[in-house]
Design a protein around this ligand. Structure first.
Ligand SMILES: Cc1ncc(COP(=O)(O)O)c(C=O)c1O
Length: 392
């Protein structure tokens, strides 16, 4: 407390400074701060990595980074204000004019928009590849300008699996960096860095946060050089995440394994049921025995989340709408990874793709939440009834 010589206004500003009696709690302290107070004049202009400004992160952000490093088996993790920002931030940190980037054709659509609208504007050539192309063809056919291969496996609408391990191995031999959007694997079901991939990116918004109420993303790496580039990248862009939100994401991470186990089991129960339905042409779920990509999933993943797709028998759009509108336990919404079940139709989003595989009929994506799977099945049965009634 300042001495009595100061006046009331000054004392009100100074009172309480340093009076922190922080008890030890299970979660980290949530510090709110743009200003970081430094101990002396010599600390103002450090030449090392000392914390001098709140944008660099404070207690809750550091705690989350440490937990995510554990999750991804990474030496360094950078936080971003959304999953999309993690993808765009990682690309911006690494690429320069004249570079080429190879991007899976099944990439999350807003990432594609960034590649087409921003990277191209800065003189980066973007080429989309078919994830079912062999790794040898993909990497062998890459020009010397290719700096990065960006993958997402399984793709989050149509669930194609790509042999990312082999791509990473071949790419490394040619000095090409690999990045995986690991939101489906969530770091718990799949650890890209253990498979030789250079940077694992996640939308923490989905499974890690787990409650559909916060945005955040991360990029994890084991390379000190890449870690520095990612850190520099985020400082150059001026992005930061708030302590409260870091705390929320960390709270979600604590229950990630328990939730994912349930999402995965219920997802497979629903997928297996759908596969037997006459209205369904095919179920796209790599963890379902016999489904496309199952062998790769079995080799590389330790489990499944609750996100998968299926194709309905061909029918007019009105029948697809009738199916979705009949559902009462599935919300209609574009996200996933929360505790609640969601459904969307996908065909409109597929139009931007360069390669157009035939999925056999209208593609639907489900996110299976933490409800009782038998209730979800009953809901889907009603939806399929409405579909059949409108299919003509
Ligand atoms: C596969 C995938 N990656 C990244 C993102 C972007 O995450 P965010 O919504 O946090 O920007 C999404 C969001 O739906 C996604 O599905």
């Amino acid at each position: 407390m300042p001495g009595k010589t100061t006046r009331t206004d000054t004392r009100l500003i100074r009172a309480g400074h340093g009076a922190g009696r922080a008890a030890k709690t299970v979660g980290p302290a949530v510090q709110r701060g743009s200003t970081v107070l430094l101990p002396n004049a010599a600390s103002l202009y450090p030449t090392d990595d000392r914390l001098t400004y709140g944008r660099q992160g404070l207690s809750a952000q550091f705690a989350l980074q440490a937990a995510l490093a554990e999750l991804e088996n990474a030496k360094a993790v950078t936080l971003y204000p959304s999953g999309l920002a993690a993808l765009t931030g990682a690309l911006l940190a690494i690429l320069k004019t004249g570079d080429e980037v190879l991007v899976t054709d099944v990439i999350y659509k807003p990432t594609r928009r960034f590649c087409d609208h921003v990277l191209k504007r800065f003189g980066v050539t973007v080429r989309y590849f078919d994830p079912l192309q062999s790794p040898e063809e993909l990497v062998g056919g890459a020009s010397d300008a290719v700096r990065v291969i960006l993958m997402e496996s399984p793709g989050s609408l149509s669930f194609e699996m790509q042999d990312m391990t082999r791509v990473a191995e071949l790419a490394r031999a040619r000095g090409i960096l690999t990045i995986a959007d690991n939101t489906w694997g969530a770091g718990y079901l799949y650890r890209p860095l253990d498979h030789g991939i250079d940077i694992s990116v996640q939308a923490l918004t989905k499974y890690v946060a787990g409650h559909s109420d916060v945005f955040m993303g991360c990029a994890a790496t084991n390379s000190a050089k890449l870690a520095r580039e990612l850190e520099d990248g985020i400082h150059n862009l001026g992005w930061a995440v708030a302590g409260e939100e870091a705390y929320q994401v960390l709270r979600g991470l604590r229950t990630l394994p328990t939730r994912l186990t349930r999402h995965g089991e219920s997802g497979l129960t629903v997928a297996a049921w759908l596969r037997e339905r006459p209205e369904v042409v095919e179920v796209f779920h790599p963890a379902l025995p016999g489904a496309r990509g199952h062998d790769l999933w079995l080799r590389d993943f330790t489990g499944a989340c609750g996100l998968f797709g299926f194709a309905l028998q061909p029918a007019p759009d009105a029948a697809v709408d009738a199916f979705l509108d009949e559902l009462s336990l599935f919300g209609l919404g574009f996200s996933w990874g929360g505790f609640e079940s969601l459904a969307i139709s996908c065909d409109t989003q597929l139009k931007v793709r360069k390669f157009h595989p035939d999925y056999g009929g209208p593609l639907i994506r489900l996110h299976i939440g933490l409800e009782d799977p038998q209730d979800l099945i009953a809901d889907l049965a009603l939806g399929l009834g409405a579909y059949a009634a409108h299919a003509g």
